[in-house]
Design a protein around this ligand. Structure first.
Ligand SMILES: O=C(O)[C@H](O)CO
Length: 327
């Protein structure tokens, strides 16, 4: 589009480890005039009318009513990833702003990470590594017994795209699969992975050796797993969370892990992220924590960026927005 001005798109920052990735910038700059929050704040009077889209990379920049009021020509927000709990969809819609996310591309990697956490926790990989690389420790194989994944029962809470992909992987490990979801999956989808629906979450919690959380964070799922639910789980069971930290009552989980109410937890998500350095989780041997890396592979992050750009371009051209999040 020689001679035509590129659309102005607001981003939080470029680089700086949490901003738009340096190697994504070339692709984006061919399509958009990227404005960082810093540039915007320094030149608000001119830029506020220019900006037509926000490229929200890992929940940044945060969008509140003040920002929306200051951007009268904002049309589209493209948000990376699948979760949209950081967005007020009603508020955005009241300003006529459409929202898109990247739900499908993140699902494979996130399911892989769910399996990785399950395997790492069951076979005590992190503890084992720490022990094996510390020069002065003598260690004995008999101290390193774990629990088996193959043949065990996996309870998946939230059978959306990610939950289903975890089940497909777990099937290859000959796991028995239970799931709890708002809606029961179609019979053919259930039989393809051999999954059994538990209408009541309690049934799943009582029977599972591994409970994996893959629900969206909503008012209904906030602190879905608390003291009562943890006490329903087997003392040999492991909790895996690849959804959002707030789906679990973290204080109750700390207590359950300290008192061996359950065997272990493996968490890609916590609240806050990162945890404060004095958080009790950090002192526990039976918890593994990763820094919210469900979709963190180079290829997936690149496709997410392409999809976000595509949604912005479509929205600004008045075309149907791929992966639009509807209210
Ligand atoms: O929702 C997702 O895709 C990730 O957890 C990042 O927000």
């Amino acid at each position: 589009m020689e001679g035509q001005e590129l659309p102005y798109v607001l981003v939080d920052c470029i680089g700086e480890r949490y901003g738009v990735y340096e190697d994504h910038v070339g692709f984006l700059k061919k399509r958009f005039h990227l404005i960082t929050m810093k540039e915007y704040l320094e030149n608000k009077t001119f830029l506020s009318k220019k900006i037509r889209a926000i490229y929200m990379w890992y929940h940044k920049p945060a969008i509140d009513e003040e920002l929306l009021q200051s951007l009268p020509n904002l049309k589209v927000v493209a948000s990376s990833g699948v979760g949209i709990d950081h967005l007020d969809l009603k508020l955005l819609s009241s300003y006529g702003v459409k929202v898109a996310n990247t739900p499908f591309i993140v699902s494979t990697d996130t399911a892989d990470l769910g399996m990785a956490l399950m395997l790492a926790s069951s076979r005590r990989l992190v503890e084992g590594h720490e022990m094996a690389v510390s020069p002065d420790t003598e260690y004995f194989p008999a101290d390193w017994l774990g629990v088996e994944v193959s043949g065990a029962t996996l309870g998946i809470v939230g059978m959306g795209t990610i939950g289903y992909k975890v089940a497909e992987r777990a099937k290859a490990f000959e796991m028995k699969i239970l799931y709890h979801n708002r809606n029961q999956r179609k019979k053919e989808e259930e039989s393809a992975i051999g999954a059994v629906y538990c209408k009541k979450i309690d049934d799943l919690l009582q029977q599972s050796d591994f409970v994996l959380l893959a629900v969206n964070l909503t008012p209904q799922t906030r602190k879905l797993i608390g003291k009562r639910e943890l006490e329903l789980m087997k003392p040999t069971a492991t909790l895996i969370n690849i959804s959002r930290g707030l789906v679990v009552d973290q204080d109750a989980l700390v207590e359950a892990l300290q008192n061996k109410v359950i065997r272990a937890a493996a968490l890609d998500v916590t609240y806050p992220e990162p945890l404060p350095r004095d958080h009790p989780f950090l002192k526990l041997k039976n918890v593994i924590i990763t820094p919210h890396i469900g979709s963190a592979t180079k290829k997936t992050r690149w496709v997410m960026m392409e999809e976000m750009a595509e949604s912005i371009e479509a929205g600004l051209a008045g075309l149907p927005i791929p992966r639009e999040v509807l209210l």
